[in-house]
Design a protein. Structure first.
Length: 421
């Protein structure tokens, strides 16, 4: 298994370019199944997750061509198979996003349940509730853990989401785009990735209004055509490098970042004394001006503080004077990085969905595990400021979701070695 050896690296300095958003490209690739013409996607991040979804789309009958690392064409003249097999779905739970497009285009989908992961049970009942409201019949086989969804012609409906689920909003939007009549999604997720998906669907000829607000209206159309689309920059990668500048007390210019997508992160880092300026060249983040202090964060659906930045931000909070409280409201088990940070000398206490960080403990290099994608990034950040060497295993989590992760950090002055054991 590959590992990272991270050395104490001093303040990071320089420029970094942000890649296309993982959480935008995955639903958009799934949505390309809705078109019977070729779609061209630009600014696609070179990630394992993109490769896994490409494999699934090809299995379903799509012709997926990698023009270069960041440009793909996807052409699905006809869907040959409506079943997303277990061995593909288990490798990436976002594979469940093919359910809506399959249902809309072929009237049927058989998808293995994505199952949980380290951060939580990750149920899909809101997705299924949406499909049912559109007229689909659901057969859930819990023994073999797959779900079959079928419907001759989906009919528009008003759907209220008990929780503004990102994936459920995306799956319902995609299914509703070819339904008969109008669908309204109430209490919809408002993430920028939802807006990017809606823009892509509308380029294909869909009629989606209100994406980015809590109410999305979709007027069904007969068919969707091909289009060309550039994926938005990754706001979670942007936030990761913003926190990297803070934890290392460095100065990083983050190119092609979308400042409006990271307002909550900017607000919280500013409370800690980090200086963040929007410049013509990008977002300039300076953790080397003021003494940095503690703050409290609670993760919320967008535009609240993003759960995906909770663990990197917690690594930073272990290095500032004062105590901080972190409340994780989105996932029920997203503190797996706490024992790893404590092993490095941090002092963090977890009480249910709250964690109390007693700050300014000197971190020591240790052997730690990347327990999920973002926790892995948090361990790298902690390793950059810990005395000595931090050995991080299970780094496949990190590499599935961040493009050229250590190369970008090395360019900023980080000393990180990747070893294959
Ligand atoms: C998306 O996951 C992202 N993944 C996640 O990013 C992100 O953390 C999450 O949204 C929240 O922002 C992708 O976009 C591929 P949800 P998703 O449905 O769609 C509960 C990363 O690191 N829920 O908004 O699965 C669920 O259990 C990943 O890039 C239900 O209860 O998130 C969770 O507690 C991690 N029933 C909460 O909602 C449902 O039917 C948020 O889930 C669906 C979700």
């Amino acid at each position: 298994m590959a590992k990272y050896l991270v050395q104490k690296s001093g303040p990071l300095k320089g420029e970094v370019g942000i890649s296309g958003a993982k959480n935008a490209v995955l639903p958009i690739m799934a949505a390309s199944l809705l078109a019977n013409e070729k779609c061209t996607l630009r600014d696609v991040p070179a990630l394992r997750d993109v490769n896994v979804l490409s494999e699934l789309l090809q299995y379903l009958g799509a012709d997926v061509e990698k023009i270069d690392d960041n440009i793909y064409t996807i052409y699905t003249e006809d869907i040959k198979c409506v079943e997303a097999p277990f061995d593909l779905v288990k490798r990436m739970r976002a594979s469940f996003l093919v359910a809506g497009p399959l249902l809309a285009r072929k009237g049927r989908a058989k998808v293995y349940m994505p199952g949980g992961c380290t951060i939580g049970a990750r149920p899909i009942e809101l997705h299924l509730k949406g499909f049912q409201a559109l007229g689909a019949e659901i057969n859930q086989n819990d023994v073999e853990s797959y779900v079959e969804i079928s419907c001759n012609r989906l009919k528009g409906a008003v759907i209220y989401l008990d929780f503004p689920s990102v994936g459920a909003t995306e799956n319902i939007m995609m299914a509703a785009s070819l339904a008969e009549g109008t669908t309204v999604i109430e209490n919809a997720a408002e993430e920028p990735e939802i807006v990017d998906l809606a823009n892509f669907l509308n380029k294909m000829g869909a009629k989606v209004k209100g994406a980015g607000t809590e109410t999305i209206k979709i007027e069904g159309v007969e068919s969707l055509s091909g289009c060309s689309h550039g994926i938005i920059p990754d706001r979670i990668e942007t936030g990761t490098f913003m926190v990297a500048a803070a934890i290392t007390r460095g100065e990083i210019l983050i190119r092609n970042a979308v400042a409006s997508h990271v307002k909550a992160i900017t607000a919280k880092l500013s409370e800690c004394g980090v200086i963040i300026e929007e410049t013509d060249e990008g977002l300039l983040v300076r953790g080397n001006v003021n003494p940095l202090i503690s703050t409290n964060i609670k993760t919320m659906p967008y535009p609240g503080f993003p759960t995906d930045i909770q663990s990197p931000f917690m690594a930073f909070l272990t290095t500032v004077e004062g105590s901080s409280v972190v409340i994780e409201n989105i996932f029920e088990n997203r503190f797996m990085h706490v024992p790893e940070l404590n092993r490095m000398g941090a002092s963090i206490k977890v009480e249910g969905r709250s964690a109390i960080i007693y700050g300014a403990r000197p971190l020591q290099g240790s052997k730690v595990i990347a327990t999920d994608l973002r926790a892995g990034a948090a361990m790298v950040l902690a390793g950059l400021v810990a005395e000595g060497t931090t050995e991080i295993s299970e780094i496949y989590h990190i590499e599935r979701g961040y493009e050229n992760f250590i190369e970008k950090f090395r360019k900023l002055g980080a000393t990180i070695l990747r070893i294959d054991e």
